[in-house]
Design a protein around this ligand. Structure first.
Ligand code: AMP
Length: 144
C-alpha cells in the first residue's frame, strides 16, 4: 500500500460505518463515528473516523470536511480527559504503511497516557474484552 492508492470501500472502518461490522461505539453523528480500539495501546484508546468520505489518509481529506471532523476529534479528546483523567493524551494519525497505518480509512487515535505506564504495541496483541470496552465507552460518552 502506498500513500496514494484507490480507496477500498470494504476496509473494516467503512464496514463499521455501514453497520456491517460491530464496534464499541462512543459517539456518532452526521460527521464522525468514534469507537474503542479493539487492540488498545492504553486503557481508553479511542478512534475517530469521518463519515461520507473516501479518504485513505489525512492528505486525501476534502478541505471542507476537515474542520467539522477535527471538531469531533477534539470533542472526543475532551470527553476522554474528563472521563478518564489521564496524565496526558496522545492524539495521532498515520499516513501510509511505512508510517504505521494498517487501516486505510482516515482515523485519529486518542490514547490516554499515565505517568510511568508504557504504551502497548500498535494494532497488536489480543483483542480487549468487549464488556470492559463498553464500560469505558459509556464513561467517555457521558461527557459528549
Ligand atoms: P492504524 O494502524 O493507524 O491504521 O490504526 C488502525 C487501528 O484500528 C489499530 O489501532 C487497530 O488496533 C484498530 N482496529 C483494527 N481492527 C479493529 C476493530 N475491528 N475494532 C476496533 N479497532 C480496530
Amino acid at each position: 500500500m502506498t500513500l496514494h492508492d484507490s480507496y477500498d470501500p470494504d476496509n473494516i472502518f467503512a464496514k463499521m460505518l455501514r453497520g456491517e461490522v460491530p464496534c464499541v461505539k462512543v459517539m456518532e453523528d452526521d460527521v464522525a463515528l468514534a469507537f474503542m480500539d479493539i487492540f488498545p495501546q492504553a486503557e481508553g484508546h479511542t478512534l475517530v473516523v469521518p463519515k461520507d468520505v473516501e479518504a485513505r489518509n489525512l492528505l486525501e481529506m476534502p478541505d471542507d470536511k476537515l474542520g467539522p471532523y477535527m471538531q469531533r476529534v477534539q470533542a472526543v479528546t475532551r470527553a476522554v480527559e474528563k472521563a478518564l483523567k489521564p496524565d496526558g493524551i496522545v492524539v495521532t494519525q498515520f499516513n501510509g504503511a511505512p508510517a504505521g497505518q494498517t487501516v486505510y480509512h482516515l482515523h485519529f487515535h486518542i490514547i490516554p497516557r499515565r505517568e510511568g505506564e508504557s504504551l502497548r504495541r500498535h494494532a497488536d496483541g489480543g483483542p480487549a474484552d468487549t464488556d470492559s470496552l463498553k464500560g469505558i465507552a459509556d464513561r467517555i460518552a457521558a461527557f459528549l
